[in-house]
Structure formats: C-alpha cells, structure tokens
Design a protein around this ligand. Structure first.
Ligand SMILES: C[S@@+](CC[C@H](N)C(=O)[O-])C[C@H]1O[C@@H](n2cnc3c(N)ncnc32)[C@H](O)[C@@H]1O
Length: 635
C-alpha cells in the first residue's frame, strides 16, 4: 500500500536504492516505495578535510554512491534506471566525523567519544534522475541532508564492552544502532529518529513534494489536439486531492469535448472541482498530472509490450543494411534508401521513422542519417560492430522465441519447431547445419568478444602464464586480445574441425598473430592441448551436467598444480534474477544453464580448483578464475 501520496509519484518508475543497508531498505519499504537494491561500490574515502561542513561530506558521498550505481547500470543494462537514491550517514562529535568502525578497538574509541555527550547524526541523501542518449548517461542530482542530535547516557566501560561484544556496532556509523540494543545507550533524541536509523524519510518525502509538486502555476497551459478545440489544464493538485478517497476521481480519465464522453458525463465522474469555467465558450477540464499518472498506461508495461517491435525494427534495418548505407556522414531521402535496399517507399519510410524514434537514426529536412550509436555498433564493418550478433538474434534466437510458450510447457529447446530439425547436438545440428548458419554464428561470437574480450582478459592479472588454451575459442577473437595484453603468452585456440577450417576470414590484417595456434578437435572426445591456463568462454552455459562433468574432469586432469582455469560467462546474482539478459537468454532452453557466483565457485572447486575469484566486469561477460591445487583424479 502506498501510504504517502508523494511516494506514489515514483510508482511505475524504475527506482534503485544504491545502498546495502537493511535499515534503509526497511524504512523505504514501509513507506510503500517499490525499488531495487543495487549496493554502491563507491569507496567511502573522500578527503574529509575538503569539506568545510560535515554534512557536505555526507551529501557528496551519497551523490557519488548513487552516480556509481547509475553509471554501472547504464553500461550493464544499456539504459539507466529512472531514479537512483544514494544515502550516507555519519556521526560527528567534537568536530570529528565518525563512520563505521573498522574493528572492536575502533568501535570502543568511537563509543567512548560519544559517552555522556550530545552528538550529531547527519544523513546526506542524493536523488538522481537518470536518462540516456546514445548510451551516454545524463543525470540530474537533487541533494539534501538531515541533522538529528542524540545524547548518550554516562556509560560504564563494562557496558560499552558488552555492547561491542554483541557485534552490533560493526556496520553502523558511530558504532551504534539506535533501533536495536544501541537504543539503551541513548538518553534523548532531538529531531528525526529515522535519520539516526539511516534514512530521513520525512525530509525525503518533503523533497519529493518539492520535486514533483511544484507550486501551482498561475499560468494555465493550453493542450492542443488536432481534432478537438484547445483546452486548458492545471498542473499539480494538492496532496489531499491526490490522496482523495473518491475513487471515481482516481479512476477518472480526463474527458474533453470532442471525445466520446459528454461533458455532463465528465462532470459527473470528475465532480465539480475538476470541471472549470467555460472560457470563450469552450469547456475547461482541469486535469491534474497526478491523475494522468494514475490512469496513464504504465510505462514499464508499454516498453514491454512494444519491446519486440523495437527489436525487430532494428534487426530488419540491420539485415537490409540501412545503417551501412547511411554510414559516416551520408544523408539520404526515403526514396534513395528504398531504391538501394530494394524495398517499397512506404515500408521504408515507416522503418526509417521507427529507427528515428528508437534513436538509431536522425531525421532532418535533408533526409535520414545515422546516430553515433548506429555508426559505431550497427554498421556491419565498423570496428565495434554488433551486426553479426544482431543477425544471429534475428535469424536464430527470434524463431526460437516465437515458440517460447511450447518451450515453457515442454521444458525443452524448440529447434524442431523453429527450424524443423531436431538438434541432438546444439552446434553440429543447429548452429553449423549449413555454411551460412555457421558463418553467421561465428560472426556473432566474434562481434561480442571484440567488445568484451578486453574486460575478460584483464579481469585478473594473467601475466604469469606462458601458455593458454582457449577451448571452444571459435574465431580466436579472445586469443587476439590475450596476446596483445600479455606479451609473453602463447594461445592455442581449440575448436571443432569445421570451425577451425573457417577461421582465416576472421583474422585481423596487419597484426602479428604468430603467438596464436589453431587446433581442431572435439573437447569431449579428443585430447586437449597442454597449457598453463585453460579458458572456457561461453562454453559451460550450453551443456548439461554430464557433458560439463566430462569436460571439467578432462581439464582438471590436464591442468598442473598452480595452473588455472578462466571461465567467461554472465554471472547471475544469487537470486538468479539479474542481469536480465542472462535470465532471458536462459529461456531459449539449451540443455545448459546460467549460474550464479556461488554455483560457479562450487563447480570449479568440485573439479579441484581453489582460490576461486569472480570479477563482475560491468560489460557483457564476467570472469571467474580458479587455480589447480593438486592433481585431480578422474573417476
Ligand atoms: C558459444 S560459443 C563461444 C565461442 C567463444 N568462446 C566466445 O566466447 O565467443 C561455443 C564454442 O564452443 C565450440 N564447441 C562446441 N562444441 C565443441 C566441442 N565438442 N569441441 C570443441 N569445441 C566445441 C563451438 O564451436 C563454439 O565456437
């Protein structure tokens, strides 16, 4: 239930709390806010001496926490959330800022400083509104702080230590938690209690009012519509009106003359308050923005409803090479584009307009041209082109997803329905069943690694390894990055014979590839080459447990103590609901599955790899590294 009408302003928006604090989550949850939690990775290490006032430090830290999350999510999800909320709580006493204690001794020092005295608790809050254009994040930051004074009783050493040994002080600013055992230390509080807990809810709601309910404008603005006379609207009803129990009011849609409902019907449903004076003989309907929001089609659902149309529009424009035609500074009229792509003028116009609405093209009087985003990623021969991956999505993934309902009902891959061919082996029978599909798949893999390979290769320091073997290394795109990053490394790319036969057309010109060797074989049946470092990039998620067992047993057997296995996959969160692209990818129902960090760790440990570390890169693929401890025996 949404208790506070201003919180309702955030309904339908993707709101993220950039804080791991369970107390902040609880306060905002209780207020009825729906949000995701993405703890910030911003280190709280700003130089305190740069801030004349302690609350300035708290506000800056809150802002940096929120911005870090907004940036990370923009890169990860290719679009930012709508709102990110950051907060930072500090305690100040005798001009000193106290944050979370590092250990028990630190907690003792802090609590001794507070003992018997009045101190201030400041929480800085940043509300960051996000948007993005061509993947460039734009932010608007609104900040505030709240101060609460707290008086500690005179406490004995024994009590202080007893409290410290309870473990409660460790993750709390100032070393105490007022909402739990720490409440016993406090004589009185002046100000907002929840601010001491970690989040000044009252001030937050006031800030939302300020942001979303600007004072009513004297000016009434005119709404223009082709088929109806211009009418006037007021913006911003009061909270009271917004929260009115009159359900007819809440459910009412603004009805204007010329629309199907008569004005008397409108008067009835909206009540007198909503129907204004007649000016110049025209009815004036006062329609608050809040009511619009309540009755508006929820935007996240609109995005989901239309998402498939947007994807397909981009796929088709790529397939017809529209972006290739408009590459660089080219500007073309509809007719010219239609002629070049051999398509109808009316169909081409609709496609070009849709791509413009999707911000892939720009439209001016002179014609259509590529946006920066399209030039960089959608032109088929650009350095960072995702064209290959998009064609794979169009020609392979799309048909599979048209049978999603059957996939869910039957719990199986839908190759037989989508391609009229049962796939015993995903690669031989599906991706590689013709030269065309094989090259398309190889192109898709190549294009993704060109964009993410560097992050995988540098997720860990691999400089101590002299030889690597990229199992299922496909075109050798990751091998290319590895030899550039590590001058002493030689890489063997191991893949199926019909892949290795075709790698030559993917090799970069003018680069030294002498440290890369291509070897063909089947990693389930054949011996795998010897190496210090084995790599499995996007291999494990494709196979069922028995195949994984065969492959990892073989690698473990070949891998000498001190040597390592590097896995590149999208790592799911422990709840397996994030990142979205991995969750959705699993719907195509290959026999394999996506895994969480703890599952990858367990899997690697099962096959004799220790010190397993994971790096979430923030790019398309994450990296997991484990070291072989002792020789593993294959059963
Ligand atoms: C999903 S692709 C990943 C390619 C590449 N590692 C990457 O991350 O872009 C899986 C690769 O494993 C290869 N592969 C599949 N089955 C194989 C097998 N039995 N032996 C060797 N390679 C195999 C495929 O040919 C393909 O190149």
């Amino acid at each position: 239930m949404v208790l506070c009408p201003v919180i309702g302003k955030l309904v339908g928006k993707r709101v993220v709390l950039a804080s791991a604090s369970p107390r902040r989550q609880e306060i905002l949850n209780c207020a009825g806010l729906r949000f995701e939690v993405v703890p910030s990775r911003f280190k709280e290490t700003l130089d305190k001496t740069l801030f004349p006032m302690p609350y300035e430090y708290a506000m800056e830290t809150a802002k940096q926490k929120a911005l870090e999350v907004a940036n990370r999510m923009n890169v990860k999800d290719f679009r930012p959330p709508d709102v990110v909320i950051g907060a930072d709580t500090i305690v100040t006493v005798d001009g000193m800022i106290l944050e979370k204690p590092a250990d028990k001794r630190d907690a003792y020092n802090m609590l001794s400083r507070l003992n018997g005295k009045i101190h201030s608790v400041f929480t800085g809050v940043a509300i960051v509104h996000c948007s993005s254009k061509d993947m460039h994040l734009k932010t608007e930051v609104f900040e505030f702080y709240e101060e609460t004074k707290v008086k500690f009783s005179d406490l004995s050493e024994e009590l202080l230590w007893e409290y410290i040994h309870s473990g409660e002080p460790m993750d709390k600013a100032g070393g105490y938690g007022i909402q739990a055992l720490g409440g016993m230390l406090v004589e009185y509080v002046h100000g907002d209690f929840l601010n001491v807990v970690g989040f000044p809810l009252n001030h937050f709601c006031k800030k939302l009012v300020e942001l979303y309910y600007p004072p009513p404008k004297d000016a009434i603005h005119h709404v223009k519509h082709d088929s109806i006379p211009s009418v006037e609207t007021f913006e911003g009803l009061s909270d009271e009106e917004f929260g009115s129990s009159n359900s007819a009011l809440q459910n009412a849609t603004c009805k204007l003359e010329g629309e199907s409902a008569s004005s008397s019907e409108a008067t009835e449903s909206l009540g007198k308050k909503e129907i204004g004076q007649h000016e110049m003989g025209e009815p004036v309907v006062k329609c608050s923005k809040d009511m619009e929001n309540l009755t508006k089609f929820p935007s996240p659902l609109v995005e989901l409803l239309d998402g498939f149309k947007a994807s397909k529009a981009m796929f088709v424009a790529c397939k017809l090479k529209v972006f290739d035609l408009l590459k660089g500074k080219a500007i073309l009229k509809t007719k010219d584009v239609a002629d070049h792509i051999n398509a109808s003028v009316c169909g081409t116009e609709r496609l070009l307009d849709s791509c413009t609405a999707l911000e892939l093209l720009k439209k001016t009087k002179q014609g259509y041209s590529n946006t920066e985003l399209a030039d960089k990623y959608l032109v088929s021969d650009s350095e960072n082109s995702l064209h290959g991956y998009i064609m794979h999505a169009n020609d392979h993934v799309w048909p599979l997803f048209t049978h999603l309902e059957s996939a869910v009902r039957e719990g199986t891959n839908q190759n037989h329905r989508a391609f009229e061919k049962k796939a015993q082996d995903l690669f031989q029978d599906s991706y590689y069943h013709s030269m065309e599909t094989k090259l398309r798949f190889m192109n898709a893999m190549d294009s993704v690694i060109k964009l993410t390979g560097r992050d995988v290769a540098t997720a860990f320091d691999l400089s101590k390894f002299r030889s690597a073997c990229d199992l299922g290394g496909c075109t050798g795109a990751l091998a290319q990055v590895l030899i550039q990053e590590y001058p002493n490394l030689k890489v063997t790319v191991f893949d199926l014979p019909n892949v290795i036969e075709n790698v030559s057309c993917f090799q970069p010109t003018g680069q030294d590839t002498s440290r890369i060797t291509f070897t063909s074989g089947d990693f389930f049946k054949d011996n795998i080459p010897e190496a210090d470092l084995y790599i499995l990039s996007r291999v494990l998620h494709d196979w069922p447990d028995d195949k994984i067992d065969a492959l990892l047993s073989k690698i473990s057997y070949r891998c000498k103590p001190g040597c390592a296995l590097l896995v590149a996959e999208i790592v799911l969160d422990e709840e397996k609901i994030d990142p979205l692209r991995a969750v959705l990818q699993s719907l195509s129902m290959t026999e394999g599955k996506q895994r969480s960090n703890s599952e990858y760790k367990q899997l690697l440990e099962k096959y004799g790899f220790t010190q397993v570390q994971t790096k979430i890169t923030g790019n398309f693929l994450d990296a997991i590294l484990g070291f072989k401890k002792t020789a593993h025996t294959v059963n």
